[in-house]
Design a protein around this ligand. Sequence first.
Ligand code: GAP
Length: 457
Amino acid sequence: MTKISLQEMTAYAKNYGFVFQGSEIYGGLANTWDYGPLGAALKNNIKALWWQRFIREEPNNVGLDSSILMNPAVWKASGHIDGFNDPLTDCRKCKSRHRADHLIEAQVDGFHADGLETEVLEAKLVELDIACPGCGAKDFTPIRRFNLMFKTSQGVLDESSQAIYLRPETAQGIFVNFKNVQRALRKKLPFGIGQVGKSFRNEITPGNFIFRTREFEQMELEFFCRPGEEKHWFDHYLEASKRFLTDLGIRAENVRFREHTAEQLSHYSDATTDIDYRYPWGFDELWGIASRTDFDLKMHQAHAEENMEYQDPVTNERFIPYVVEPALGVERLFLALLFDAYHEEALEDDTRVNLKLLPALAPYKIAVLPLLKKPHRDQATTLFNTLSKHFDVVYDESGAIGRRYRRQDAIGTPFALTVDHQSAEDGTYTLRDRDTMEQIRLNEEDIIRHVREKIRF
Ligand code: GAP
């Protein structure tokens, strides 16, 4: 891993087609990002591997795709209307706007202020003599709480329109469908329901590229178990989450567990541990693993007046299950993977950027490169057509072969296939490995077998 700054990563991601500024030709829209061809492919691969690991390979777990727009009563029950807010304070001198918890965290190494009451935060600002990062003044307005949900309205006519919200987490779509899924799939405890989808939060201070945005994607699993078994499943999913990260190629030393103190816990949780990644600005939250107790199902039972109990098929006991929730942001993992994979390497007569992504994550698995345009193009095109039925393949015939290899290395393509004069004679191609740069000759059938083996997760 070569350490580069966030600015350098932002420029790299743009130049190679991973991430562009949103609405760029109109001057952008603050903190919105569009995912280019490579970014879209990498995101899809991240989501597919999460689904594979946490849904497909877990016999107890099933998937869901619930609506972004939900009955507003859901957010009343979940506590988001009354309690989902950030502490906002303004500098009286330079008028800059801040999150009070972030001001304190920036001052005290390792301190995490999320979840603290307004009065506690105000006292800390004074006690720690915190100054405005913009102008150095120590004169802040009282903290105001700012609800993070995006409000919109449903219905065309003013009189019939209803205020609704864009979901701030995918989790509630799972809770409200708990009974539907349990009954339809005849699931027995313990079992999990997972989903991947967009969430929206009107963050006061978005930033750090794609780390904190107002529109983002979550991969959440709600794992339902008997009361008393939550500690076991909490530990299980904490370890499973860490293993997923290291299996994806994230270095263990760049990941740490951070347990929330009693004051930092969200209103729904009796234990939470975040998995932090070492971003260029320091360790910061990548993945939250929360023990949510029976809070959500109980609240929905009360507000919707619907029975949310589970009946044990053997003992006939009825109870509301407890929930363990590993909740991960797609973009935060995307960014961590890029930082971990990015390498600048000195070669004998050259330098190269090598994006050492796990082959399963790479946007393209194979680059098909005719050595010369005219004589090799037809065979290379036929090869592309065959391989693209199996893998994500890119075709490139422009420029010197060395330059084309460099470009593929820089976007993480694990294999480059060169079509040359020998290919026409014996149907073999040169397969070059991104990391070792070693080359072997294989025929089409062996290439498919070799690559399939290497991209298995
Ligand atoms: N259902 C629980 C929940 O949503 P959270 O800690 O608020 O918990 C889970 O969010 C994960 O979603 C975070 O660990 C992070 O990876 C991602 N996330 C949250 N807010 C985000 C934002 N504004 N931008 C990007 N990712 C975000």
